[in-house]
Design a protein around this ligand. Structure first.
Ligand SMILES: [Zn+2]
Length: 466
């Protein structure tokens, strides 16, 4: 079976065929670095990461670009509130974002272009749009003329005819709703409210609109036409619709072949909002002591096109699920039956088949995770019955590792043990070697009290955090 993905542009699943053989250009709308991203934002980034890992596992050479929006209405507004320069203000949140990506096991993009470092590309693009009369100059900026672009509204499924009444107006803000679909700002002329955030341009000094940033940066790194663009459904309109208008308006070529969007995240069944008191950043969740891999697992447990309902009960269950998988994987190191088990390779093939089938079907993670759980169950039975040889154990471990190339939940990045704890483990090992069982047990209890659980095996002692 071949990989199929749901293309928002066509509103249907399509076989994935890149523009150029095994090369894939992938663009994900990155963060606006004016705060700590919330758990809904990270759903989009975990989804982009999942897609990239699946493509790589299928032999595609993926070039992944994720922009950093470090100038827009919000970054300017909040940097002024914080009485910091735009750069100092956004840098702090950019650093935090990169830390969070690592925490969640999200692989780095090949390039993370910053908007402020690509103003020239944006100006060039705006000049092309002016030349082709898709843009015009008004008193407060340069606007894209949506009536000039035949396919405007195609991605977001709004008809220009429906807009005729309202489409004669202009919208200056970076964010707005479908109901106010209007000519939108490509460049905003300088006003004193912008403080020292200003660039020279042939058509007048000012700053870019948000939408032009992604068109300019994606085309710079991936070319005028590329394969996949991802983001949350909240970006379909106006952001992605406007990206298409800007890019295709300038190049007269189809911009992106596949548009993939992840659905909303809810908290306890409701839209997350600060006023409802159900608003969480990733850091809020981590501060409650949760394992980032459990959060990652929780995201993967819901298909990306379904609304994802975040609950703490769900997160607790995810934590146990991840632990169960990790324990099974770890216990396989202890397999030492004399006889090879002839069912091992059949079981691995079965897992890979179920897994591949689910992922090929528009990245259907829930059945893929279910298949992994059946596998864990079967492996645990074989382990308990001592039916696995060392080689069998190794083969199963490799199967886990292969599946984990995509899920990324197998290996905890454990902080190394504090020296005093490591010393207790060493002392206990020494006591055991000297057959001082009472002392060894006391040390084990002491470690337990300090949150470290020891597991003795034929191959020595392993520790994990309680
Ligand atoms: Zn974008």
């Amino acid at each position: 079976m071949a990989l199929k993905v749901y293309n928002t542009l066509k509103r249907k699943k399509e076989e994935f065929v890149p523009l150029k053989g095994k090369q894939v250009g992938l663009y994900t709308c990155g963060p606006t670095v004016y705060n700590y991203p919330h758990i809904g934002n990270y759903r989009a980034y975990v989804f982009g990461d999942l897609l990239k890992r699946v493509l790589k596992s299928q032999g595609y050479a993926v070039t992944h670009i994720m922009n950093i929006t470090d100038v827009d209405d919000k970054t300017i507004r909040d940097s002024q509130k914080a009485k910091k320069s735009l750069k100092a203000f956004t840098q702090e949140f950019e650093n935090a974002f990169f830390e969070d990506l690592e925490t969640l096991g999200i692989q780095n993009a090949d390039v993370f272009p910053r908007a402020t470092e690509h103003i020239k590309e944006m100006i060039d693009l705006i000049q092309q749009l002016l030349k082709k009369e898709h843009a015009y100059v008004s008193e407060d900026g340069i606007y894209f003329k949506i009536n000039s672009f035949k396919n405007y509204g195609k991605l977001a499924r709004i008809k220009l005819a429906d807009l005729e009444a309202g489409a004669s107006g202009r919208v200056t803000a970076d964010e707005y709703a479908k109901e106010s679909a209007n000519d939108f700002a490509l460049w905003k002329f300088y006003t004193p409210a912008d403080g020292d955030v200003v660039w020279d341009a042939p058509f007048g000094k000012g700053r870019p609109g948000w939408h032009i940033e992604c068109s300019a940066m994606s085309m710079k790194y991936l070319g005028q036409q590329f394969d996949v663009h991802t983001g949350g459904v909240d970006l379909i309109f106006p952001h992605h619709q406007n990206e298409i208008a800007q890019s295709e308006g300038a190049t007269a070529k189809p911009f992106v072949k596949y548009w993939l969007h992840n659905e909303w995240l809810l908290v306890d069944g409701k839209k997350m909002s600060k006023s409802m008191g159900n608003f969480y950043t990733l850091r809020d969740i981590l501060a409650k002591g949760y394992d980032p891999l459990a959060i990652r697992y929780l995201y993967l447990g819901t298909h990306y096109r379904q609304k994802f309902n975040f609950t703490f009960e769900g997160l607790d269950a995810a934590k146990q699920a991840v632990q169960r998988i990790q324990d099974c994987y770890a216990n396989l190191s202890d397999a030492d039956a004399v006889q090879h088990n002839k069912d091992v390779h059949k079981r691995i093939d079965e897992l890979k088949k179920q897994f591949g089938k689910a992922m090929d079907d528009d990245l259907d993670t829930p059945p893929a995770l279910a298949a992994l759980f059946e596998f864990v169950k079967d492996v645990n039975v074989m382990l308990a019955n001592k039916e696995l040889s060392k080689k069998d154990g190794q083969a199963f471990r490799e199967a886990f590792e292969e599946v984990d190339q995509i899920f990324g939940i197998l290996k905890k990045k454990e902080k190394p043990l504090a020296k005093d704890l490591q010393k207790l483990i060493d002392d206990r090992e020494a006591a055991r070697a000297a057959k001082q069982w009472k002392k060894a047990d006391e040390l084990r209890d002491e470690l337990r009290k300090k949150g470290i659980i020891l597991e003795d095996s034929a191959h020595g002692v392993r520790w994990k955090r309680a």
